[in-house]
Design a protein. Structure first.
Lengths: 278, 276, 436
């Protein structure tokens, strides 16, 4: 039994999903209005057997794991630092929070042109000042470059959640441990980290949801390339449905993406879901 | 009980924290600087950029080319509208999930979140066809509906984690006092939930403001928000660093300022019940 | 909350009223953010003076964004736009589908016979003109006269690829950040594939044989790409795999390229105010290999009217204004002849004032040297010089472009890249039903 409110919510969300499933079995290319009809599993077949499909899956996972690694570890370190007393705490908080508000398209444009450009970018200028050469970020390490852009946007989110968790920690507990002669490291492992487990879980869960569907950064910078080096699943769906104008195949890709997302969600909940319980 | 910290330790922390803070903020600071430069200077070495003349030209040119305030107003209407409607739908649903949980409530929530991971490109044409038939293309109402839909899973989940923190005994006490469901929500629950609702609202305003797929592809001239404004500067012919910087500053400044002013409320809710 | 919703709806209603009261007919024009189109938007006072009852709303987007946006709309008959900016790739396909309004009935002052025959031919399907060219372009060599002189070389008006290689080698000075040649490397059917397809024509390569069999496994393509790699790896700028038209333009404007082979419209930018090398640029025809075809393309950004538009008359008035001879004169009077949208009208090239513009002659010669109906050495079943005018080409061209971009970035070998290109093209063409 679900309440009426939940029922409204479900209908609101099921309609687009149902449409996607319906179209995924149709032959429908925008540029061939007269070729329509039931397509069976052809759309799925062509989507999965595309040589770009496997690289896309792996890149999707690499992107998620890369960003999670940077933001969680970086976030913990940063939270520990910002939790210490220092002058200007309020302002530094604002500075750290800022990237979270920046539009993904703007962030990608700025990183690509003003920073990572191998001739006119800031990194290239710095390298040249030290006698080096500009590094071709997007050509040589395309996926890493995108991970950096996305991580920059999500680091504030992770840091602030972890910082809030840290601040709720009972100080006396730490001080007691300090007096017992516990080292900094063991205080971190046995007191601080367990206290932050739930917050870390939330960071991982929320970020996974958003990073699995990253697409704007790729569209603006590398278009998935060179080759398939930075192609992820949402971008492959974009290529099918918007560049190829193949609505049926795009829908099939969307369904596959949801299935994979559910698999990821299932394992994620198995692995860390317990941390969310009280 | 405050810890005693030596001044030298505090100084070192201050230096470290400020260094990292400025580094993280630097890309934003840099486009802010570039936006006040001439195109020819903006592409030079960092030293040249800093030492060259300051000018408002880039802003003048951007404002001359695009109707910034129209896009800005659309962004405001879309992010506020979709957030308010989203809350209106999500509050009752999250409330019933939190207080009258069924066996499958958790799975339901997880499933809802997973639909958020569906690539929007996969449903563009079906949605476009529906919008065409309902006359919703390039209307703010249509976009508000779609942005609500996109962010609903997050809204519901955030509210759910919040509501769950509210002790059930309070509700039972109120019920025993003869409070109706409506007054229960209105007088008991709402005051306790306001901080959570406020931060959910803020987060969703940010997400809606920055949404760049639907807002570009379902709009033309009249309902296009700032994301479309940016798309006309993204890769123009010739030198463009200063103009792109100016347009970027104009697009992110309103949401950045709002975020800064409300960061306390925002952060409180962002914890998704992770902090007790 | 009710109050806010009501306020919101009130605001919507008010703005709806305001737009009704403002003008008789409002047309929405979708266009790309290229310089000539931006300039057009600043000259609208002239249009409003001539058409006081028409109001124009602009939707200006980056090229790829615009193309996709407009394709979705026209294919679903969404009716969001009254005038579309489209290219020679879209017009034949959409015209055949019946998606565009025929423009044979534009007023006499439009003077359709004045349009350059090659450009007009590319926009005509079965005798009906489906879009009016706003500017036309081919591609040519732009080079630094000062650097050539310093190297003791002269650039022939019609160079061969060997000349280009020699010049690139002589001009390259990586310590001074001068790269002998800048070419497109960014993946996309309209980016690196436009250049490489045009280049391949001069090497005798082709996309498909007469049975629509893809030809990437043949020697001419291998020759094309290995020559391109040789040029770029030895004399090209770093990060070339991400350079498209715009990136190369800024490099050239900053004086970092010795040569650049790209769109003829770039000529007015590299000789314009933003350019640090404006007075040092020379022009030459795109190179050849003595096989009878040059490596130059043909393209026209054009204005078309979607068949679903409710405001065809107003839209036609706008198309006529923006693409007739008077508009060229208007731009000339306000911004000088060098900034007139090039490559659309015969009369422009017989104009004595325009002949003084340094790149005028080379532009028209380049345009005349391209033939979309016989793009390459052999006979082929398709139309289009740097593209293949079939609906599948956007997807295939982009995917092949990615492969070749990866080859340029050094992430895959030439053989692997071409083999992958061949394989994916065969697959897509089979699925689309061309290969039986």
């Amino acid at each position: 039994m679900v309440s009426p409110a939940v029922a409204v919510l479900l209908i609101w969300m099921i309609v687009p999903l149902a449409m996607t499933i319906w179209f995924s079995f149709q032959q429908y290319n925008l540029l061939y209005p007269d070729r329509t009809g039931f397509a069976g599993i052809e759309n799925y077949y062509y989507f999965i057997t595309d040589f770009r499909f496997q690289p896309a899956i792996w890149n999707t996972l690499r992107l998620v794991l890369g960003v999670l690694a940077i933001t969680t570890i970086g976030g913990i370190l940063l939270a520990l630092l910002l939790d210490q007393p220092f002058w200007g705490q309020g302002i530094v908080r604002l500075l750290v929070l800022a990237p979270f508000f920046v539009m993904p398209t703007v962030s990608a444009l700025v990183w690509q042109n003003m920073f990572m450009d191998p001739v006119n970018g800031l990194f290239a200028h710095i390298a040249k000042a030290f006698g080096g050469d500009g590094y071709d970020f997007l050509g040589q390490s395309p996926l890493m470059s995108i991970i950096i852009m996305v991580a920059w946007q999500w680091l504030p989110f992770a840091t602030l959640i972890l910082l809030t968790a840290l601040q709720s920690l009972d100080r006396e507990q730490i001080e007691a441990a300090e007096m017992d002669g516990a080292s900094v490291w063991s205080r971190f492992i046995y007191i601080i980290l367990p206290h932050m487990t739930r917050a870390i879980t939330v960071v991982i869960l929320i970020q996974t949801i958003f990073i699995l569907s990253v697409y704007a950064e790729i569209l603006v910078t590398t278009n998935g390339g060179p080759g398939t080096a930075s192609l992820n699943l949402p971008f492959l769906v974009y290529l099918a449905s918007i560049v190829d104008n193949d609505v049926g195949m795009g829908a099939a890709g969307g369904v596959i993406a949801i299935i994979l997302a559910n698999i990821v969600a299932f394992f994620l909940m198995r692995a860390i879901g317990k941390n969310l319980e009280h | 009980m405050p810890r005693r910290i030596s001044n030298s330790q505090k100084t070192m922390t201050t230096v470290a924290a400020w260094t990292i803070g400025v580094l993280i903020f630097f890309p934003i600071l840099w486009i802010f600087i570039l936006s006040f430069k001439a195109e020819g200077d903006a592409i030079g070495t960092p030293l040249h950029v800093i030492s060259s003349a300051w000018t408002f030209d880039a802003y003048g040119e951007v404002q001359g080319r695009s109707d910034y305030f129209k896009h800005f107003w659309n962004s405001v209407v879309l992010s506020l509208g979709s957030t308010l409607i989203g809350l209106a739908i999500a509050i009752p649903a999250a409330w019933s999930m939190a207080f009258v949980p069924g066996k499958r409530t958790k799975d339901l929530l997880m499933w809802m979140l997973s639909t958020k991971m569906m690539p929007a490109a996969g449903v563009l044409v079906p949605i476009y066809l529906i919008f065409r038939d309902l006359g919703l293309l390039d209307t703010r109402i249509g976009l508000v509906a779609i942005l609500t839909l996109v962010n609903l899973p997050i809204i519901v989940w955030m509210l759910y984690t919040y509501f769950k923190e509210i002790p059930g005994e309070i509700l039972e006490a109120a019920r025993m006092d003869g409070a109706s469901l409506r007054s229960e929500i209105l007088y008991v629950l709402t005051p306790m939930a306001i901080p959570g609702i406020a931060s959910t609202m803020l987060l969703n305003i940010i997400l809606a403001w920055n949404e760049a797929f639907w807002t570009l592809r379902l709009t033309a001239a009249s309902a296009a928000p700032l994301t479309a404004f940016i798309a006309s500067y993204s890769s123009p012919e010739g030198l463009f660093y200063a103009k792109l910087s100016a347009a970027s500053v104009m697009a992110i400044a309103p949401i950045l300022i709002m975020g800064w002013f409300s960061q306390k409320q925002l952060v409180r809710g962002l914890t998704f019940g992770a902090v007790k | 909350m009710t109050i806010s919703v009501r306020a919101l709806m009130g605001a919507c209603a008010l703005s709806a009223l305001a737009s009704v009261a403002a003008a008789e007919t409002t047309i929405t024009v979708a266009t790309v953010n290229n310089g000539d189109m931006i300039r057009m938007q600043t000259l609208m006072d002239d249009f409003y003076a001539k058409n006081p009852d028409i109001k124009v709303e602009w939707v200006t987007l980056e090229e790829n964004e615009l193309r996709q946006r407009v394709t979705t709309d026209i294919a679903t008959k969404g009716g969001q736009f009254d005038v579309l900016t489209i290219g020679t790739y879209e017009v034949p396909i959409w015209g055949k589908q019946g998606w565009l309004v025929g423009l044979n009935d534009l007023p006499a002052e439009y003077d359709v016979d004045d349009l350059l025959p090659a450009i007009r031919g590319g926009l005509t399907v079965d005798g009906t003109l489906y879009a009016s060219p706003f500017y036309g372009e081919s591609s040519m060599v732009m080079y630094r006269k000062d650097l050539m002189e310093a190297a003791g070389l002269t650039m022939p008006d019609a160079p061969t690829w060997a000349d280009i290689k020699a010049a690139a080698a002589a001009m390259t000075n990586k310590d001074a950040e001068i790269y002998g040649i800048c070419l497109r490397g960014k993946a996309g059917w309209g980016e690196n594939m436009a250049f490489l397809t045009a280049m391949s024509n001069s090497f005798g390569a082709k996309w498909f044989d007469e049975n629509w069999q893809p030809q990437f496994d043949q020697q001419p393509w291998k020759d094309t790409v290995s020559f391109y790699l040789d040029l770029m790896n030895n004399y090209g700028p770093p990060g070339a795999a991400n350079n498209g038209f715009n990136e190369n333009l800024s490099l050239f404007q900053q004086g970092k390229c010795g040569m650049w082979i790209d769109a003829t419209v770039a000529a007015s930018f590299v000789t314009g105010a933003d350019s640090t090398v404006a007075d040092k640029v020379g022009f030459a025809l795109a190179p050849d290999n003595g096989l009878g075809k040059r490596g130059n393309w043909l393209w026209a950004w054009s204005l078309g009217i979607p068949a679903g538009s409710q405001k065809v008359d107003a839209a036609k008035a706008f198309v006529n204004w923006a693409t007739n001879k008077e508009y060229l004169a208007l731009v000339a009077s306000k911004e000088g002849w060098a900034n007139v949208p090039p490559g659309t009208r015969t009369s422009l090239y017989s104009n004595e004032e325009y002949a003084k513009v340094p790149f005028a002659k080379m532009t028209i010669d380049s345009i005349n040297a391209a033939d979309p109906n016989a793009p390459t050495v052999d006979k082929v079943p398709y139309v289009g010089v740097q593209f293949v005018a079939i609906p599948e080409f956007q997807g295939i061209g982009t995917a092949v472009g990615q492969q070749l971009s990866a080859v340029l970035a050094g992430q895959t070998s030439l053989e692997e890249g071409l083999a992958a290109a061949q394989q994916l093209t065969v697959r897509e063409m089979t699925r689309a039903g061309y290969i039986k």
